[in-house]
Design a protein around this ligand. Sequence first.
Ligand code: SIN
Ligand code: MN
Length: 210
Amino acid sequence: MEIGPGAVHLQHCLSLDDQRALVEQCRALVDGAVPAYVPIVRGGGKMHVRMLCLGRHWNGKTYSYEATRSDFDNLPAPPLPENFKHLAGELARAAGMTLDADLCILNYYDADGRMGLHQDKDESEQSLAAGLPVVSVSLGDTARFLFGGLRRKDPVESRLLESGDAFVFGGPARLRYHGVSRIVPGTAPPELELTGRFNLTFRQYDVAAT
Ligand code: SIN
Ligand code: MN
């Protein structure tokens, strides 16, 4: 369903089996050798999610990408799994866009998880200029997702992102403000045996010169 130019909500596009496999993979990653952590951002505030970046690390102090987590433990960002990369490409295509993802920000939200209104604008200038999309995948508890305009003060619409949904925003929508106002606890499909929500946002930092 097209929400606006360049913004597509793909509802229930992942099967329960696919969701279950992804949840297992996310669990293993966030509790793996390079674990998820709660970033402290510029200004000193704690984020309300546990974050793990794959492929490239987003540094919440500098709002820029780097290979190792210099704002936390100096460990290298784990690689982006091939199946994740593949999934992101497929979902972008399903939304009528293209993406050769090279990084993913994996966030875990507990019942109190949320994320303030922000733009995703720390990818390369070329990537942003090309309008290469962000592909977001939701697993587990439903989130109330806020989707605004290109200016912080623009009106915001609210949508529920349910488990197995994808939300793709690229082209003219690439820099639209967005956030998560709340999680709806206990709404994850029981088969996932998941309390809370995983969200994966795929992006492409590098743009091959053509
Ligand atoms: C984000 O904007 O980085 C996360 C969005 C979401 O959790 O749905
Ligand atoms: Mn974002």
